[in-house]
Write a protein of this length. Structure first.
Length: 310
């Protein structure tokens, strides 16, 4: 299948948190047509389909793949590209039109979920930036399985918030309200998990409420992480008292979480997770159910090309 080099392959995720999903997509599509963009589009069909669609587009010659969706949709598209048959994955430019309950990665680059026209204009302008890709690898039945991420891996509390937010979104119907209610519910649980990690040759054993491993800022839990320096930022969060919890939530919103006494930060290129008892795990806002320890988290420098604003 021959595809013009300038033609975009667009993947639209209709389950990204909006009740007016089809209307929004029509507005985005109409504006792309108004701007004379050449594109083909497909609609995702649930969890896992975006990865398959992105991989198929990459294998069929599309060199600009655009995701209309949130952090989870971006994660699937990144995995589709990274698992494609394209020899140099950096030949493919990934574009984002933020749409959904979680748009942390898009916000990092200054993309506003309420400004789809601005996001399309960014894609047309086509400023390219090589970014890092995180690897989340484990062995299952003598096979090494690797998933990829561009924002953060959460273990414990952060992943629990992701799961509850997905459920409360269906109840409340309002993304921000769903997230805040989930944050309050889970934070006051303060559930501890017995963990064993290896960071910078240091073995860390103990009870932790959460671990965040970020290539990017990770919803504020790794606020100093940047997705182009070849490093992973790690935040170990110990169980807070109620007063510490309240101050921690405030510092999280202020981007100052690393200054809190219950947080121990690291910077590294590899984290080995030996054990995380009864802890949920998420990658870029997607819950990952397979827990085959040990898990090795590493970073590949400038492994992916992203279209970013000026």
């Amino acid at each position: 299948m021959a595809v013009e080099p300038t033609r975009w392959g667009v993947i639209y995720n209709p389950k990204a948190g909006s009740r007016k999903a089809q209307k929004r997509w029509k507005e985005i599509r109409d504006y792309m047509e108004e701007r004379k963009v050449q594109f083909d589009y497909v609609q995702s069909e649930g969890f896992g389909s975006i990865e398959r669609l992105a991989r198929t587009m990459a294998n069929n010659g599309y060199r600009t793949i655009v995701v209309v969706g949130g952090d989870g949709a971006i994660n699937e598209a990144v995995n589709g590209i990274m698992h494609s048959e394209v020899e140099d994955k950096r030949d493919i430019a990934l574009g984002i039109i933020p749409n959904g309950i979680g748009n942390d990665f898009a916000r990092y680059w200054g993309l506003d979920s309420d400004d789809y026209k601005g996001a399309v204009d960014v894609l047309i302008n086509r400023r390219l930036r090589r970014i890092d890709v995180g690897n989340f690898c484990y062995t299952e039945e003598n096979r090494t399985i690797c998933r990829h991420f561009v924002n953060a891996v959460y273990i414990g509390l952060g992943a629990r918030i992701v799961r509850i937010t997905d459920g409360t979104r269906r109840f409340w119907g309002i993304p921000l309200l769903s997230y805040l209610s989930s944050l309050i519910l889970v934070a006051f649980e303060r559930k501890l998990h017995r963990m064993h990690l290896k960071v910078n040759d240091e073995h860390i054993r103990g009870n932790l409420i959460a671990v965040a491993i970020g290539s990017c800022r990770g919803y504020g839990l790794t606020p100093s992480a940047v997705p182009y320096n070849g490093w992973l930022d790690v935040s170990l969060i110990y169980r807070p008292e109620l007063k510490q919890l309240i101050s921690g939530l405030w510092m999280l919103q202020q981007g100052r979480l690393l200054n809190h006494k219950i947080v121990k930060p690291y910077r590294t290129r590899k984290v080995k997770i030996m054990r995380a008892q009864n802890a949920e795990i998420s990658l870029d806002g997607r819950i990952w159910g397979d827990k085959h320890f040990p898990i090795e988290v590493t970073i590949d420098l400038e492994a992916l090309t992203l279209i970013i604003p000026n």
